[in-house]
Design a protein around this ligand. Structure first.
Ligand SMILES: Cc1cc2nc3c(=O)[nH]c(=O)nc-3n(C[C@H](O)[C@H](O)[C@H](O)COP(=O)(O)O)c2cc1C
Length: 339
């Protein structure tokens, strides 16, 4: 980890600040933009959204940006707990600053539970794994565990079990994909972050992914192809039959997005602990009409925030680059005005 910084001496003993910032920096984010700024300030890790890493075409409302920052907050929270300290999370702590998304304070001593220890240990092991997946191997007990993990984070994990729902999601994904691909602004935003020749510590460089989405007639995943073999143009195996989980919230404002981000990370880490692979299906959530239809598919009372494909993990996946979470801006990143 490139993050420096001393272990600070608090009243209750040292806090390994670099470990906390490093954990936050390993959160997932759309196109690996890492749209956060993390800093240690007055005994807490602050998570600020980074507007210059926003995706105006893909994520015009910054919803996914807040999901990513919520995931970073969850990682920091777990890393604090892994150090045997209470973790106090305050979301949107400054009403004057909408980009100040959360703060995790290291409190008094309290030993981590074995589950917290396992989840924290999974932070550096978790990957987005875009392989073809078989979801049948996920036991009812693990499915229930995943549902409960989401509930603890004020969110819902809804498994799409029925053939009709799964087909509808497929259809919505294909439609959203077509809308996005027809938009030159979307395509140029994508090209800016995905498949570039240089590794600036963000985005998905060409060594890891192809620039075009997998020509997969079935799912139309924006999964950038198989990470393990960027030149593999074969259609996915017939066994691509993942469990499909929609992560949803009852409200759809910034606070709900931060809760959903924490839920997302909790689910992904728990999946890692249970030997599962996970990848995302974001397009139907990024196009307003298809997101509204997905909301209808869930019964109309919940706001879908993320769709995950889950299956039994079968391979190792390299980690995409990360930048120093508090470090300087890398070349090519624009400065945007406020929200
Ligand atoms: C809100 C959100 C949406 C994402 N959408 C997609 C997607 O549609 N397709 C995809 O292949 N990966 C998607 N990802 C995964 C990111 O590309 C991935 O997190 C990033 O490249 C960092 O890699 P890692 O998760 O292995 O650390 C998404 C991640 C987040 C947080």
């Amino acid at each position: 980890m490139t993050i420096g910084g001393p272990a600070l001496e608090g009243t209750l003993g040292p806090v390994d600040v670099a470990a906390l910032l490093g954990a936050g920096a390993l959160a997932p984010s759309s196109y690996n933009t890492q749209p956060w700024r993390l800093r240690w300030h007055e005994g807490a890790v602050e998570v600020h959204g980074a507007p210059e890493r926003a995706l105006p075409a893909t994520d015009p409302g910054n919803r996914e940006l807040r999901l990513a920052c919520g995931a970073a907050l969850a990682n920091v929270r777990l890393a604090v707990r892994a150090q045997g300290r209470r973790a106090h999370v305050r979301l949107l702590p400054d009403p004057e600053d909408p980009w100040f998304l959360g703060r995790v304070t290291a409190g008094g001593s309290l030993a981590a539970t074995s589950m917290e220890t396992s989840l924290a240990a999974a932070i550096p092991r978790r990957r987005t794994d875009r392989a073809t997946l078989a979801g049948q191997g996920i036991s009812p007990r693990v499915r229930e565990e995943l549902r409960r993990a989401a509930q603890r984070e004020h969110s819902w994990a809804v498994f799409l079990e029925g053939t009709r729902e799964r087909r509808s999601l497929q259809d919505l994904t294909a439609r959203a994909h077509a809308v996005q691909q027809a938009d030159p602004v979307f395509r140029s935003e994508w090209a800016r972050w995905v498949g570039g020749a240089e590794d600036h510590g963000t985005g998905l460089p060409s060594g890891l992914v192809r620039r075009e989405p997998r020509p997969d007639g079935r799912w139309r995943l924006r999964d950038f192809g198989a990470l393990a073999d960027p030149d593999d143009d074969r259609p996915p195996a017939a066994v691509d039959d993942p469990a499909l989980v929609v992560l949803a919230t009852t409200l759809d404002q910034p606070l709900a997005h931060l809760h959903a981000g924490q839920a997302l990370q909790h689910l992904l880490l728990l999946a890692t602990v249970r030997g599962l692979a996970a990848s995302f299906v974001a397009p139907p959530l990024e196009v307003a009409e298809t997101r509204a239809e997905l909301r209808g598919l869930l019964g109309g009372a919940l706001w879908p925030q993320a769709v995950l494909r889950l299956g039994v993990r079968q391979r190792a996946v390299p980690r995409p680059p990360r930048r120093d979470p508090g470090g300087p801006r890398e070349p090519g990143v624009r400065a945007d005005p406020g929200p």
